[in-house]
Design a protein around this ligand. Structure first.
Ligand SMILES: [Zn+2]
Length: 399
């Protein structure tokens, strides 16, 4: 075994993502090099009126003694709380290399495309591809989450291997077949892991997350048995859920009308990258809504969190004519209530009931599965990696 030299040290500095859920940004620093993992926004709480996003403070990285050491930013997946701060931090950091898997990279390209002044250097990598960044070597390991191509990072550092899981769950039968790379984690565990930084969001929830396949079967049954229209709302980046909706509609002889800019954009992107497969003739346009029989439609709408301008909220307020909910229609809330959004979601659901809809949520049927592993999955990750040190990520203090 090599003995550590005086200059062999690793500093781990969370600039966001610990003690709260969101704004993920971790710095790994050695004597010569520094990399960042993720650059996310934190969504404001109700006591921060007028604030759109909270952006991590990168003053630590910008210090003159340190700035020249920055070798790149690794992005674990494409959720806003992991990539949303890029347009705001890149102008200060310069065009450092950004490393991401294909779907994450596509979302980053879309996002940065809206900021023409931001110069960036985006590198697309594959699972198990190793990237050298100064003294670091980052290896990208596949994980299942709630967005395609999520990755954990195994980071070779002068003091040993660090595993940074990013957001993950362990779904043994994911719809896209891309499983959490158990073998990869185990191999690092066998060789010795110095530090594990692991997603702790659902550490308090006992057992194992529901498989996405179970959600898929539930949706198939609801859509098949529905007497009239079905409306379903979920996160606009949840491609697996979109896949389940497309399949449920196809089996029931229905067409899917996607609503909402982000939903439509992400469907196009997912189709382009081959992570979403839709049978010919299943997709329809909003303009088809009035001509299709009521029992031949599934409306896939953004707005699962009751966002004021979202399609589902506008439907609930009767402000998206001719798209309307009528008595006997079903509305599936295929998502969780993110803490802080309960009031808006509750109002939306009440409006939908008032219109005569039957609203089904994850308390009533298995219509949603979390993207963050439960207690059993956290334990499995610990057993695979058997680290010398452990830092819980992506949680509040209770986690
Ligand atoms: Zn995530």
């Amino acid at each position: 075994m090599n003995t550590l030299q005086e200059n062999d040290w690793l500093r781990v500095v969370p600039l966001g993502g610990l003690g709260h859920i969101g704004g993920n940004m971790m710095v790994y620093e050695t004597a010569q090099d520094l990399i960042m993992v993720d650059a996310g926004v934190l969504f404001p709480t109700t006591d921060q009126p007028g604030i759109d996003y909270v952006i991590p403070d990168i003053a630590y990285v910008l210090e003159p003694s340190r700035r020249h050491k920055l070798r790149g930013i690794v992005l674990t997946h494409g959720h806003e709380d992991h990539i949303g701060a890029l347009p705001y931090v890149l102008p200060e950091l310069g065009a450092v290399p950004l490393w991401a898997t294909p779907f994450t990279a596509a979302l980053i390209r879309n996002k940065l495309g809206e900021f023409p002044d931001v110069v960036f250097d985006l590198q697309v990598i594959k699972d198990r591809q190793k990237v050298k960044m100064g003294a670091f070597v980052a290896d990208f390991l596949a994980v299942t989450h709630s967005i395609p191509h999520s990755a954990a990072i195994a980071l070779k550092t002068p003091i040993g291997t660090v595993i940074h899981t990013g957001d993950y769950k362990i779904d043994d039968d994911p719809l896209d077949g891309r499983k959490t790379d158990i073998e990869g984690f185990k191999a690092y565990g066998d060789a010795g892991v110095a530090l594990l930084c692991s997603d702790s969001t659902n550490a308090e929830r006992p057992g194992h997350t529901l498989g996405e396949r179970v959600v898929s079967r539930t949706l198939e049954k609801i859509v098949k048995d529905a007497p009239h229209r079905v409306f379903l709302t979920t996160f606009a980046s949840h491609v697996d859920r979109m896949q389940s909706v497309m399949e449920a509609a196809r089996l029931a002889g229905r067409k899917v009308i996607p609503l909402g800019r982000s939903m439509q954009q992400n469907i196009s992107l997912a189709l382009e990258l081959g992570v979403l497969k839709v049978a010919p003739g299943v997709l329809a346009e909003a303009s088809d809504f009035t001509t299709l029989p009521r029992n031949k439609v599934v409306v896939l709408a953004s707005g699962s969190q009751g966002e004021p301008m979202s399609s589902m909220m506008r439907i609930a307020h009767g402000r998206l004519a001719p798209i309307v909910v009528e008595p006997g229609d079903q509305v599936i809330m295929s998502s969780r209530r993110i803490p802080g959004n309960e009031l808006a979601i509750g109002t939306m659901v009440n409006h939908l009931f008032r219109m005569g809809a039957e609203v089904i949520d994850d308390h009533m049927a298995k219509v949603h599965s979390s993207g963050h592993g439960f207690n059993d999955e956290s334990q499995q990750m610990l057993q695979l990696c058997r680290p010398k040190a452990f830092v819980p990520l992506h949680g509040e203090f209770r986690h």
